[in-house]
Design a protein around this ligand. Sequence first.
Ligand SMILES: *Cc1c(COP(=O)(O)O)cnc(C)c1O
Length: 444
Amino acid sequence: MAFTEKEIDNYKQSFPLLEEIMDLEPTVWLNPDLKEAQVTPELPLTKEDMIEAEKLWIRFAPFLKKALPKLNHTNGIIESPLKNISKMKEVLEANYHSKINGNLYLKCDNELPVAGSIKARGGFYEVLHYAESLAIDAGLINREENYEAFQIESFKEFFQQYSIGVGSTGNLGLSIGIMSAKLGFNVSVYMSRDAKQWKKDLLREKGAKVFEFDGDFSVAIDTGRKQTLADPKGYFVDDESSKHLFLGYSTAAFELEEQLKKQDIKVDKDNPLFVYLPCGVGGSPGGITFGLKQLFGDNVHCFFVEPTHSPSVLIGLLTGKMNKVSVQDFGIDNLTAADGLAVGRPSSFATSISKHLISGIYTMEDDELYKLLALLYDYEDINVEPSATAGIIGPQRISKTNYTAQALENATHIAWSTGGALVPEVDMKQFYEKGKQILETKNI
Ligand SMILES: *Cc1c(COP(=O)(O)O)cnc(C)c1O
């Protein structure tokens, strides 16, 4: 329920930026709580947890390679390319009349196979982690054995007695649904009725049950949680508070570190790394930021990006109320075309960590997402979904602030591209045409 006028006035007085946020203006917020690595308070997770998470991925690689032909060429490792997008950089500089210091790269999670989005990292990880703990507890396997065994029929039969549930507007449902069904779990995805039809169809085709709900998405989540937990062998993947999703995302930092090394890209005080991450509940950008901070400390600067209509993590952090407030409380409608970013309330677990680690958050309009989508296709031949373009404008948005490290000539900027591979061609064409139209009429 929305706050009263008086409550809102009080908030605005304490946090003047709320005025702009409530007017749906694109805005940039620099995090006053960002601490240097040395004085960061103790967090609920450590680098050790991340290393353990990485080992789980490696244990499951033989299974993933066998079970999912699309992971064959990477030997069962979930990974995406890091691409230099220098043509896009030039176009951005010309169109936005502002120079980008350093190089611009795209981390192409839009290409992640099987799930088609960044959710392959968090979602798959959580399901695999759960499957492993069940199998070990039941004495079916130990950590030293070959996990190809998860393919065999007796494992599938074992998992059939367990159910997994998840509430999702789309992409998380796909990753949880596909991996759970593959292992043999009884999986249910609770979605809002207006979620994309192709996502529901794909899930059913893969063997997941899909339940649809009218009205606010929170109804789907609440019902999903209740129904799943009513089963004593039910497990609910909770995007609003999951530690496992978070850890699954965090290991992307090892992958990026390796890629930077291979491409001879230095990261140190004089060569800072900037990473711009599209943000929904804050789990994927939070997990990746946590991972990068463990590896690069103060030399990495992470910014989240949210749609002007769904600034949930921004409001949570700005007011310090975290998941206790929603965008709707402030009269913001949470309506955006950016799948995965249409989130009214942040993850409590992720946001409590991000509070100390992120450099800031900026917001942007849907039209700009479409515009960048069209440019990215025209100049780099890369197809992504609208949400995935949000980071590309990061360097120019931050350059207008007084954030110090951004002035360095030899910065490396990485826009994290978060989804797109599974989007049907007709939908992708519509996104592109919409972007072209905006480019022509709005004259950036
Ligand atoms: C889920 C998602 C995000 C954001 O991840 P959160 O964990 O919700 O913050 C960004 N882009 C896409 C395409 C997504 O599906």
